[in-house]
Every structure is written in structure tokens, then in C-alpha cells.
Design a binder for this molecule. Structure first.
Ligand SMILES: Cc1cc2nc3c(=O)[nH]c(=O)nc-3n(C[C@H](O)[C@H](O)[C@H](O)COP(=O)(O)OP(=O)(O)OC[C@H]3O[C@@H](n4cnc5c(N)ncnc54)[C@H](O)[C@@H]3O)c2cc1C
Length: 297
């Protein structure tokens, strides 16, 4: 099948793009076209107007300062995967990007497209939720900032209004000093280059990596594809905070993440299996993040 007929627009600025959205009812933004293209080819999406963001150069950047990381919505998965400054500052981003699909999807797919799509199995929605990121949304009326924790509302339903464009993601660096923070993004996939059955992003900051038994000061964990939105498992975080990482704490954290999960069964993974994966991958991701924080990995 081919897409239904549509009128094509190629703005060169964010304001031009938002004006087009305001002008044409039901217009759809296009970024990497890795998800939208499939929907349109199958006529599951039939927009009359397509607003192609690929010439909006102001959305294509990665900016790392001492205070924060800012990533423009048009940054490709490949840009994020290969960014040395991101690998240093917030390694969960490149770790997550490197595991998305295969090279062709990563060469074209974008941060903004992934967050715009808001698939609960998506990698970046889990990352920005785990890291307490903020999204900047721009409309013809101005811009607003929405915390990731408030952006994802229900299954593929978000705070984004029809006339808004996601412009960037911002993550403050203060909670993640590089010399005593470790991060991990682990996935279980049924086959290479597909969507994961489950992913877990975790970050751990310790008090002093030189101590014999470094204490976990701050823990973050978010699970993808075990609920309608990225699931920040705060009960699991609490189980590992305030003491050196132990087998008992990992066990308890896994159980807490599993209990917080509310997964939909899939063809190759029923609900019970996904709950078991939630426990095991929470445990593994905390363990990996801790090892990285204390410098043993
Ligand atoms: C085979 C395959 C496997 C995949 N596996 C994974 C995976 O493991 N993990 C994962 O996370 N993703 C996966 N994906 C999805 C991939 O990451 C997509 O690239 C991404 O989800 C959509 O990004 P895009 O830039 O292609 O967006 P598009 O397809 O162009 O757009 C997707 C949606 O986002 C909206 N949108 C795009 N940009 C913006 C913006 N700036 N502001 C507001 N709305 C916007 C569009 O209107 C559209 O509704 C997979 C895709 C395929 C085809």
C-alpha cells in the first residue's frame, strides 16, 4: 500500500513549523520518518499536511556544559550513540541509543520523534524519565517546559498539544557527578534489530568510590514496556539507597520494580514473564551502574 495523498511542507525554522501546524488542522510533523512512514504506508495515519522538520537546523545539536545537557529534537540516534561528550556526562543516552533497532533506523531516527511517538517501549522516554529531564515544547504562542515525569500521561498519550513542536530535552548534571556516578541501560530483545521486550535505565551515585564499601547516595531506575508510560520505580530506588549495594538490597529492589509493573502480555512474553524480567533487569542494571560508579567496570 502507498500513503494517502498529502501536502508536503518543509519549514526551515521552528516558528515556521509551528505556524504550519496552527494553519493546517490535523497536520503531522515528520522527523526521521522511521515510525510515521510505516503508519502512513499502511494508512493507519492519513494526514492531509506533512510538516517535515529535516531542514530545521536549529533543532539538530548536542550541547554539554558543566550545568546541563541539552539535546535538540532533531539529533539522530546515531549522533547520540557516538557523542563523546554525552558518553562522559550522561552515558545512559549513548548506551540507550546504541541499542535502538539497527543502523538504518539509528541513522535517521531522532530524539524528538521517539519522544513524540511516546511508545512505552521506547528507549529515550525511559532515559529522560530516569534522569529527571525536561522537555521544551514550542507553539506559536511561545514555549513551555514540561518535566518528563508529567509529559507521558497514558499509552502513547502525552502533554504535547497539536500546535506544539518538541524542541529539546534538558537534563541537569548536578545530580550526576562523573567521578562517582554510574549508569546502565539494559535490554532484553527477542531478536536483533527489533523493539525490546523490556528495557531498564538505572543511575547510581555513591558517596566516595575510594571507600572500601561505597554507599549509594542516589539511585534512579525507569523501566520501559511494563506499563502504559515509562515506569519510574521509586520503591525500588529506596531499597538500594543509604547503604553499600548488597545482594539483599538488589533482591528487594527487583521485587519492588516487579510489583510496580503493570505489563500488557505480548505474543512472546506474557504478563508474568515481563514481571520476572522487570525484577531481573532492575537488579542487573543497578548492579552494573554501581560497578561503574565505583570504577570496577
Ligand atoms: C524496526 C524498528 C525497530 C525499532 N526499535 C526501537 C527500539 O528498540 N527502541 C526505540 O526506542 N525505538 C525503536 N524504534 C523506533 C525508532 O526509534 C524511531 O526512529 C522513533 O521512535 C521515531 O523517530 P523518528 O525521528 O523516525 O520520528 P517519525 O517517525 O518521523 O515521527 C514519529 C512521531 O513523532 C512525531 N514527532 C517527530 N518529531 C517531533 C517533534 N520534534 N516534536 C513533536 N512531535 C514529533 C511525529 O509527528 C510522529 O507522530 C524502532 C523502529 C523500527 C522501524
Amino acid at each position: 500500500m502507498k500513503p494517502a495523498a498529502f501536502e508536503y511542507h518543509r519549514p526551515e525554522s521552528v516558528s515556521e513549523a509551528t505556524d504550519l501546524l496552527a494553519e493546517h488542522d490535523g497536520a503531522e510533523l515528520m522527523a526521521g520518518n522511521q515510525s510515521l512512514g510505516i503508519l502512513m504506508a499502511n494508512r493507519l495515519a492519513t494526514p492531509d499536511h506533512l510538516v517535515d522538520l529535516n531542514a530545521v537546523d536549529e533543532l539538530s545539536y548536542i550541547d554539554v556544559t558543566d550545568e546541563a545537557v541539552e539535546i535538540g529534537a532533531l539529533a539522530r540516534h546515531r549522533d547520540i550513540e557516538t557523542s563523546a561528550s554525552l558518553a562522559e556526562a550522561l552515558p545512559m543516552f549513548p548506551d540507550a541509543a546504541s541499542q535502538i533497532a539497527g543502523p538504518s533506523v539509528r541513522n535517521m531516527g531522532t530524539l524528538g520523534g521517539s519522544i513524540g511517538e511516546a511508545d512505552p517501549a521506547g528507549n529515550y522516554p525511559a532515559v529522560v524519565t530516569a534522569l529527571d529531564g525536561e522537555l521544551t515544547l514550542v507553539s506559536p504562542d511561545g514555549q513551555r517546559t514540561v518535566p518528563a515525569s508529567e509529559y507521558f500521561i497514558a499509552y502513547m498519550f502525552t502533554e504535547l498539544e497539536e500546535e506544539e513542536v518538541i524542541a529539546k530535552v534538558t537534563v541537569p548534571r548536578e545530580p550526576f557527578p562523573t567521578d562517582r556516578t554510574g549508569m546502565a541501560f539494559l535490554e532484553q530483545k527477542p531478536a536483533a534489530q527489533t523493539w525490546p521486550t523490556i528495557s531498564v535505565g538505572a543511575a547510581i551515585r555513591v558517596d566516595d568510590p575510594e571507600r572500601e564499601e561505597p554507599v549509594v547516595e542516589d539511585a534512579r531506575v525507569t523501566l520501559a514496556n511494563v506499563a502504559g508510560v515509562p515506569l519510574r520505580a521509586e520503591a525500588a530506588e529506596a531499597k538500594v539507597e543509604g547503604e553499600p549495594l548488597s545482594e539483599g538490597a538488589l533482591e528487594a529492589a527487583g521485587e519492588a520494580a516487579s510489583e510496580a509493573s503493570n505489563p500488557e502480555g505480548e505474543m512472546h512474553a506474557d504478563e508474568q514473564y515481563k514481571r520476572e524480567l522487570a525484577a531481573e533487569y532492575t537488579r542487573r542494571s543497578f548492579e552494573t551502574a554501581y560497578d561503574r560508579a565505583v570504577g570496577s567496570q
